[in-house]
Design a protein around this ligand. Structure first.
Ligand code: 164
Ligand code: MG
Length: 370
Protein backbone atom coordinates (compact mmCIF):
# COMPACT_ATOMS: atom_id res chain seq x y z
CA UNK A 1 0.00 0.00 0.00
CA UNK A 2 1.41 3.31 -1.05
CA UNK A 3 -0.97 6.24 -0.86
CA UNK A 4 -0.22 9.26 -2.98
CA UNK A 5 -2.97 11.41 -1.47
CA UNK A 6 -4.70 11.59 1.91
CA UNK A 7 -7.84 13.67 2.40
CA UNK A 8 -9.33 14.80 5.71
CA UNK A 9 -12.96 15.72 5.23
CA UNK A 10 -14.51 17.59 8.13
CA UNK A 11 -18.24 16.90 8.22
CA UNK A 12 -21.42 17.68 10.11
CA UNK A 13 -24.57 15.60 10.41
CA UNK A 14 -27.62 16.62 12.42
CA UNK A 15 -28.88 14.02 14.87
CA UNK A 16 -32.57 13.12 14.52
CA UNK A 17 -32.95 13.80 18.25
CA UNK A 18 -30.57 15.09 20.97
CA UNK A 19 -28.45 12.39 22.65
CA UNK A 20 -27.95 13.00 26.38
CA UNK A 21 -25.42 11.30 28.65
CA UNK A 22 -24.20 12.00 32.19
CA UNK A 23 -21.62 14.42 30.74
CA UNK A 24 -23.54 16.35 28.09
CA UNK A 25 -26.01 16.57 25.23
CA UNK A 26 -25.19 16.24 21.54
CA UNK A 27 -27.46 17.58 18.79
CA UNK A 28 -24.99 17.76 15.90
CA UNK A 29 -22.28 15.25 15.11
CA UNK A 30 -19.00 16.89 14.06
CA UNK A 31 -16.39 14.46 12.77
CA UNK A 32 -14.03 13.88 9.90
CA UNK A 33 -13.64 11.19 7.32
CA UNK A 34 -10.20 10.04 6.20
CA UNK A 35 -9.58 9.03 2.61
CA UNK A 36 -6.40 7.26 1.57
CA UNK A 37 -6.00 7.37 -2.21
CA UNK A 38 -3.96 5.15 -4.51
CA UNK A 39 -4.24 4.95 -8.29
CA UNK A 40 -6.87 2.19 -8.06
CA UNK A 41 -8.66 2.55 -4.74
CA UNK A 42 -9.81 4.84 -1.93
CA UNK A 43 -9.68 3.52 1.65
CA UNK A 44 -12.11 5.20 4.07
CA UNK A 45 -11.88 5.76 7.81
CA UNK A 46 -13.72 7.92 10.35
CA UNK A 47 -12.49 9.89 13.33
CA UNK A 48 -14.80 9.32 16.32
CA UNK A 49 -13.59 12.20 18.50
CA UNK A 50 -16.26 14.71 19.49
CA UNK A 51 -16.14 18.48 19.14
CA UNK A 52 -15.54 18.83 22.91
CA UNK A 53 -13.19 16.92 25.25
CA UNK A 54 -15.92 15.42 27.45
CA UNK A 55 -16.07 11.71 26.65
CA UNK A 56 -12.36 11.73 25.82
CA UNK A 57 -9.54 14.29 25.93
CA UNK A 58 -9.31 14.13 22.13
CA UNK A 59 -11.40 16.44 19.94
CA UNK A 60 -11.96 16.82 16.21
CA UNK A 61 -9.44 19.68 16.27
CA UNK A 62 -6.70 17.84 18.22
CA UNK A 63 -7.08 14.83 15.95
CA UNK A 64 -6.75 16.96 12.82
CA UNK A 65 -3.69 18.66 14.28
CA UNK A 66 -1.98 15.37 15.17
CA UNK A 67 -2.83 13.96 11.74
CA UNK A 68 -1.71 16.97 9.70
CA UNK A 69 1.46 17.73 11.63
CA UNK A 70 2.66 14.23 12.54
CA UNK A 71 0.81 11.14 11.35
CA UNK A 72 0.34 12.00 7.67
CA UNK A 73 3.93 13.26 7.19
CA UNK A 74 5.18 10.07 8.87
CA UNK A 75 3.03 7.91 6.58
CA UNK A 76 4.38 9.72 3.52
CA UNK A 77 7.99 9.47 4.72
CA UNK A 78 7.59 5.77 5.39
CA UNK A 79 6.93 4.61 1.81
CA UNK A 80 5.30 1.28 1.07
CA UNK A 81 3.30 -0.55 3.77
CA UNK A 82 2.64 -4.24 3.35
CA UNK A 83 0.07 -4.69 6.13
CA UNK A 84 -2.04 -2.29 8.26
CA UNK A 85 -0.57 -3.82 11.45
CA UNK A 86 2.59 -1.83 10.58
CA UNK A 87 0.77 1.46 11.12
CA UNK A 88 0.42 0.98 14.88
CA UNK A 89 4.19 0.45 15.10
CA UNK A 90 4.87 3.50 12.95
CA UNK A 91 2.64 5.69 15.17
CA UNK A 92 3.80 4.18 18.48
CA UNK A 93 6.28 6.96 19.43
CA UNK A 94 3.34 9.37 19.63
CA UNK A 95 1.67 8.96 22.99
CA UNK A 96 -2.06 8.28 23.08
CA UNK A 97 -4.01 10.38 20.52
CA UNK A 98 -5.70 7.08 19.72
CA UNK A 99 -8.70 8.49 17.87
CA UNK A 100 -6.44 10.42 15.51
CA UNK A 101 -4.32 7.31 14.86
CA UNK A 102 -7.33 5.07 14.42
CA UNK A 103 -8.99 7.33 11.82
CA UNK A 104 -6.00 6.84 9.51
CA UNK A 105 -5.33 3.20 10.40
CA UNK A 106 -8.98 2.37 9.60
CA UNK A 107 -8.68 3.90 6.13
CA UNK A 108 -5.55 1.80 5.48
CA UNK A 109 -7.39 -1.35 6.63
CA UNK A 110 -10.15 -0.58 4.11
CA UNK A 111 -7.55 0.08 1.40
CA UNK A 112 -5.72 -3.15 2.26
CA UNK A 113 -8.92 -5.22 2.03
CA UNK A 114 -9.83 -3.52 -1.28
CA UNK A 115 -6.38 -4.26 -2.70
CA UNK A 116 -6.78 -7.91 -1.65
CA UNK A 117 -10.32 -7.94 -3.09
CA UNK A 118 -11.80 -9.27 0.18
CA UNK A 119 -14.27 -7.91 2.77
CA UNK A 120 -12.71 -5.96 5.63
CA UNK A 121 -14.29 -8.46 8.05
CA UNK A 122 -12.36 -11.31 6.36
CA UNK A 123 -9.14 -9.28 6.31
CA UNK A 124 -9.42 -8.84 10.08
CA UNK A 125 -10.14 -12.54 10.65
CA UNK A 126 -13.90 -12.29 11.20
CA UNK A 127 -15.95 -15.46 10.98
CA UNK A 128 -19.59 -14.35 11.20
CA UNK A 129 -21.86 -13.41 8.33
CA UNK A 130 -24.36 -11.67 10.63
CA UNK A 131 -23.85 -9.73 13.84
CA UNK A 132 -26.30 -9.24 16.70
CA UNK A 133 -26.90 -5.64 17.68
CA UNK A 134 -28.36 -3.51 20.43
CA UNK A 135 -29.10 0.16 20.83
CA UNK A 136 -27.94 2.91 23.18
CA UNK A 137 -30.62 5.21 24.61
CA UNK A 138 -29.78 8.62 26.03
CA UNK A 139 -31.20 10.16 29.20
CA UNK A 140 -34.84 11.23 28.67
CA UNK A 141 -36.94 14.02 30.19
CA UNK A 142 -39.73 11.72 31.32
CA UNK A 143 -40.16 8.03 31.98
CA UNK A 144 -42.90 7.95 29.34
CA UNK A 145 -40.37 9.14 26.73
CA UNK A 146 -38.09 6.31 27.83
CA UNK A 147 -40.90 3.73 27.64
CA UNK A 148 -41.78 4.89 24.14
CA UNK A 149 -38.19 4.61 22.91
CA UNK A 150 -37.55 1.20 24.45
CA UNK A 151 -40.82 -0.03 22.98
CA UNK A 152 -39.89 1.29 19.52
CA UNK A 153 -36.43 -0.26 19.55
CA UNK A 154 -37.72 -3.61 20.86
CA UNK A 155 -40.21 -3.63 18.00
CA UNK A 156 -37.38 -2.93 15.56
CA UNK A 157 -35.71 -6.13 16.80
CA UNK A 158 -32.75 -4.71 18.76
CA UNK A 159 -31.38 -7.41 21.03
CA UNK A 160 -30.17 -5.31 23.93
CA UNK A 161 -31.14 -1.96 25.43
CA UNK A 162 -28.35 0.20 26.87
CA UNK A 163 -29.76 2.95 29.05
CA UNK A 164 -27.74 6.02 29.99
CA UNK A 165 -27.92 6.90 33.68
CA UNK A 166 -26.68 9.75 35.87
CA UNK A 167 -27.09 10.58 39.57
CA UNK A 168 -30.77 11.27 40.17
CA UNK A 169 -31.83 9.35 37.06
CA UNK A 170 -30.69 5.82 37.76
CA UNK A 171 -32.39 3.29 40.06
CA UNK A 172 -35.88 4.65 39.50
CA UNK A 173 -35.55 4.63 35.70
CA UNK A 174 -33.99 1.16 35.52
CA UNK A 175 -36.55 -0.29 37.97
CA UNK A 176 -39.44 1.24 36.03
CA UNK A 177 -38.11 -0.27 32.78
CA UNK A 178 -37.67 -3.68 34.40
CA UNK A 179 -41.25 -3.58 35.68
CA UNK A 180 -42.69 -2.39 32.39
CA UNK A 181 -40.76 -4.63 29.97
CA UNK A 182 -40.00 -7.71 32.09
CA UNK A 183 -36.85 -9.71 31.51
CA UNK A 184 -35.47 -7.94 28.40
CA UNK A 185 -31.67 -7.80 27.93
CA UNK A 186 -30.92 -4.44 29.47
CA UNK A 187 -27.88 -2.62 30.88
CA UNK A 188 -26.91 0.79 32.26
CA UNK A 189 -24.08 3.10 31.15
CA UNK A 190 -22.99 5.68 33.74
CA UNK A 191 -20.13 7.32 31.80
CA UNK A 192 -18.04 7.69 34.96
CA UNK A 193 -20.64 9.66 36.93
CA UNK A 194 -20.27 7.87 40.31
CA UNK A 195 -17.76 7.06 43.05
CA UNK A 196 -17.44 4.25 45.59
CA UNK A 197 -19.52 6.41 47.97
CA UNK A 198 -22.51 5.57 45.76
CA UNK A 199 -22.42 1.89 46.73
CA UNK A 200 -26.09 1.94 47.84
CA UNK A 201 -27.15 2.94 44.32
CA UNK A 202 -25.15 0.07 42.83
CA UNK A 203 -26.65 -2.38 45.33
CA UNK A 204 -30.12 -1.34 44.14
CA UNK A 205 -29.11 -1.68 40.49
CA UNK A 206 -27.63 -5.08 41.36
CA UNK A 207 -31.14 -6.38 42.14
CA UNK A 208 -32.35 -5.73 38.58
CA UNK A 209 -30.58 -8.56 36.76
CA UNK A 210 -28.84 -6.17 34.36
CA UNK A 211 -26.53 -7.55 31.68
CA UNK A 212 -23.84 -5.22 33.01
CA UNK A 213 -23.12 -1.76 34.38
CA UNK A 214 -20.83 0.18 32.03
CA UNK A 215 -18.12 2.51 33.35
CA UNK A 216 -19.70 3.38 36.71
CA UNK A 217 -16.59 5.05 38.19
CA UNK A 218 -13.89 7.50 37.06
CA UNK A 219 -12.85 7.57 33.41
CA UNK A 220 -9.21 6.86 34.31
CA UNK A 221 -9.78 4.25 37.02
CA UNK A 222 -9.29 0.51 37.14
CA UNK A 223 -8.53 0.18 40.86
CA UNK A 224 -11.85 1.26 42.40
CA UNK A 225 -13.76 -0.68 39.75
CA UNK A 226 -12.14 -3.86 41.12
CA UNK A 227 -13.34 -2.93 44.61
CA UNK A 228 -16.84 -2.28 43.31
CA UNK A 229 -16.98 -5.48 41.27
CA UNK A 230 -16.25 -7.52 44.42
CA UNK A 231 -19.45 -6.15 45.96
CA UNK A 232 -21.72 -6.75 42.95
CA UNK A 233 -22.98 -9.80 41.12
CA UNK A 234 -23.77 -7.69 38.01
CA UNK A 235 -20.74 -7.64 35.69
CA UNK A 236 -18.92 -4.33 35.35
CA UNK A 237 -17.91 -3.35 31.82
CA UNK A 238 -15.11 -0.87 31.27
CA UNK A 239 -15.33 1.62 28.43
CA UNK A 240 -13.48 4.94 29.07
CA UNK A 241 -10.74 3.27 31.16
CA UNK A 242 -9.45 0.96 28.41
CA UNK A 243 -7.12 2.53 25.84
CA UNK A 244 -4.82 -0.37 25.03
CA UNK A 245 -4.03 -4.05 25.35
CA UNK A 246 -2.00 -3.22 28.46
CA UNK A 247 -4.98 -1.49 30.10
CA UNK A 248 -7.12 -4.51 29.30
CA UNK A 249 -4.55 -6.91 30.76
CA UNK A 250 -4.33 -4.95 34.01
CA UNK A 251 -8.10 -4.59 34.35
CA UNK A 252 -8.60 -8.31 33.79
CA UNK A 253 -5.84 -9.26 36.25
CA UNK A 254 -7.29 -6.96 38.89
CA UNK A 255 -10.85 -8.17 38.40
CA UNK A 256 -12.09 -4.69 37.45
CA UNK A 257 -14.11 -5.79 34.44
CA UNK A 258 -16.00 -8.90 33.30
CA UNK A 259 -16.50 -7.72 29.74
CA UNK A 260 -14.97 -4.93 27.66
CA UNK A 261 -16.66 -2.44 25.38
CA UNK A 262 -14.18 -2.26 22.50
CA UNK A 263 -14.31 1.03 20.60
CA UNK A 264 -11.86 0.99 17.72
CA UNK A 265 -11.13 4.72 18.03
CA UNK A 266 -10.59 4.68 21.79
CA UNK A 267 -7.94 1.95 21.58
CA UNK A 268 -6.08 3.33 18.55
CA UNK A 269 -7.34 1.15 15.74
CA UNK A 270 -8.43 -2.21 14.40
CA UNK A 271 -5.12 -3.99 15.08
CA UNK A 272 -5.20 -3.09 18.80
CA UNK A 273 -8.93 -3.92 18.99
CA UNK A 274 -8.17 -7.37 17.65
CA UNK A 275 -5.39 -7.87 20.21
CA UNK A 276 -7.74 -6.88 23.04
CA UNK A 277 -10.38 -9.22 21.61
CA UNK A 278 -7.86 -12.08 21.54
CA UNK A 279 -6.65 -11.41 25.08
CA UNK A 280 -10.21 -11.39 26.41
CA UNK A 281 -10.98 -14.58 24.52
CA UNK A 282 -8.01 -16.32 26.11
CA UNK A 283 -9.42 -15.38 29.54
CA UNK A 284 -12.97 -16.48 28.66
CA UNK A 285 -14.15 -12.86 28.74
CA UNK A 286 -16.72 -11.95 26.07
CA UNK A 287 -16.48 -8.52 24.43
CA UNK A 288 -18.81 -6.22 22.50
CA UNK A 289 -18.44 -3.29 20.15
CA UNK A 290 -19.19 0.18 21.48
CA UNK A 291 -20.45 3.01 19.31
CA UNK A 292 -19.54 6.68 18.97
CA UNK A 293 -22.60 7.78 16.97
CA UNK A 294 -20.67 7.09 13.79
CA UNK A 295 -21.70 7.85 10.25
CA UNK A 296 -21.99 4.84 7.98
CA UNK A 297 -18.22 4.71 7.44
CA UNK A 298 -17.35 4.20 11.11
CA UNK A 299 -20.39 1.95 11.45
CA UNK A 300 -19.01 -0.27 8.66
CA UNK A 301 -15.72 -0.66 10.54
CA UNK A 302 -17.67 -1.59 13.68
CA UNK A 303 -19.60 -4.25 11.77
CA UNK A 304 -16.36 -5.73 10.45
CA UNK A 305 -14.68 -5.97 13.88
CA UNK A 306 -17.84 -7.43 15.43
CA UNK A 307 -17.57 -10.36 13.03
CA UNK A 308 -14.69 -11.70 15.18
CA UNK A 309 -15.69 -14.76 17.27
CA UNK A 310 -15.48 -13.36 20.76
CA UNK A 311 -17.79 -10.39 20.12
CA UNK A 312 -20.44 -12.38 21.93
CA UNK A 313 -22.64 -9.63 23.36
CA UNK A 314 -24.83 -7.43 21.10
CA UNK A 315 -23.09 -4.06 20.74
CA UNK A 316 -24.07 -0.43 20.07
CA UNK A 317 -24.01 -0.67 16.26
CA UNK A 318 -27.55 0.34 15.42
CA UNK A 319 -28.86 0.98 11.89
CA UNK A 320 -28.11 4.22 10.01
CA UNK A 321 -31.67 5.42 10.61
CA UNK A 322 -31.19 5.36 14.42
CA UNK A 323 -29.34 8.71 14.25
CA UNK A 324 -29.44 10.00 10.65
CA UNK A 325 -32.13 11.28 8.30
CA UNK A 326 -29.74 10.31 5.54
CA UNK A 327 -26.45 8.42 5.90
CA UNK A 328 -23.46 9.01 3.61
CA UNK A 329 -23.09 5.41 2.42
CA UNK A 330 -24.95 3.17 0.01
CA UNK A 331 -26.62 0.97 1.01
CA UNK A 332 -27.35 2.33 4.49
CA UNK A 333 -26.79 0.02 7.47
CA UNK A 334 -30.02 -1.92 7.97
CA UNK A 335 -30.99 -3.87 11.08
CA UNK A 336 -33.19 -6.89 10.29
CA UNK A 337 -36.32 -7.52 12.34
CA UNK A 338 -34.36 -10.26 14.17
CA UNK A 339 -31.89 -7.66 15.48
CA UNK A 340 -28.99 -8.56 13.22
CA UNK A 341 -26.93 -6.80 10.55
CA UNK A 342 -25.54 -8.75 7.61
CA UNK A 343 -21.76 -8.49 7.35
CA UNK A 344 -21.27 -7.14 3.80
CA UNK A 345 -19.65 -9.44 1.25
CA UNK A 346 -18.10 -6.76 -0.99
CA UNK A 347 -14.42 -5.77 -0.87
CA UNK A 348 -13.26 -3.43 1.90
CA UNK A 349 -15.86 -1.88 4.21
CA UNK A 350 -18.52 -3.18 1.79
CA UNK A 351 -20.60 0.02 1.76
CA UNK A 352 -19.98 2.75 -0.79
CA UNK A 353 -19.50 6.30 0.54
CA UNK A 354 -21.55 8.43 -1.89
CA UNK A 355 -19.54 11.32 -3.40
CA UNK A 356 -22.54 13.70 -3.59
CA UNK A 357 -23.49 12.98 0.05
CA UNK A 358 -19.90 13.35 1.22
CA UNK A 359 -19.84 16.75 -0.50
CA UNK A 360 -23.25 17.74 0.84
CA UNK A 361 -22.19 17.34 4.48
CA UNK A 362 -18.54 18.44 4.18
CA UNK A 363 -17.68 21.74 5.89
CA UNK A 364 -13.94 21.75 5.22
CA UNK A 365 -11.59 19.63 3.17
CA UNK A 366 -7.82 19.25 3.45
CA UNK A 367 -5.68 17.38 0.96
CA UNK A 368 -2.15 16.12 1.49
CA UNK A 369 -0.01 14.85 -1.38
CA UNK A 370 3.11 12.74 -1.15
O1 164 B 1 -23.05 4.93 18.80
C1 164 B 1 -23.89 4.66 19.67
O2 164 B 1 -25.07 4.44 19.41
C2 164 B 1 -23.46 4.57 21.10
C3 164 B 1 -23.54 5.83 21.76
C4 164 B 1 -22.99 5.79 23.16
O3 164 B 1 -23.57 5.15 24.00
C5 164 B 1 -21.85 6.59 23.44
C6 164 B 1 -21.22 7.29 22.47
C7 164 B 1 -20.24 8.24 22.76
C8 164 B 1 -19.92 8.52 24.05
C9 164 B 1 -20.81 8.07 25.09
O4 164 B 1 -21.87 8.96 25.17
C10 164 B 1 -21.39 6.71 24.81
C11 164 B 1 -20.70 5.59 25.50
O5 164 B 1 -20.15 5.85 26.56
O6 164 B 1 -20.67 4.43 25.09
MG1 MG C 1 -19.95 3.93 27.45
Amino acid sequence: MKADKIVLRKMQLNLKAPFQTSFGTMTVKDFYVTEVHTKDHIGYGECVADIDPLYSEETVKTCMHISEDFLIPWLFEHGELSHPDEIGKLFAPIRRNNMAKSALEGAYWDLYAKEQGIPLAKAIGGTKDKIEVGVSIGIQKTIDDMYRLVDTFLNQGYRRMKIKIKPGQDVEVMTALREKFGDIPMMADANSAYTLDDIEIFKELDKLNLLMIEQPLAHDDIFDHAKLQKQLKTPICLDESIHSLEDARKAIEMGSTRTINIKIGRVGGISESKRIHDLCQSHGIPVWCGGMLESGIGRAHNIAITSLDNFKIPGDTSGSSRYWQEDIINPEVIVSPDGTIDVPAGAGIGYQPMPELLDKYTVEIKEFKR
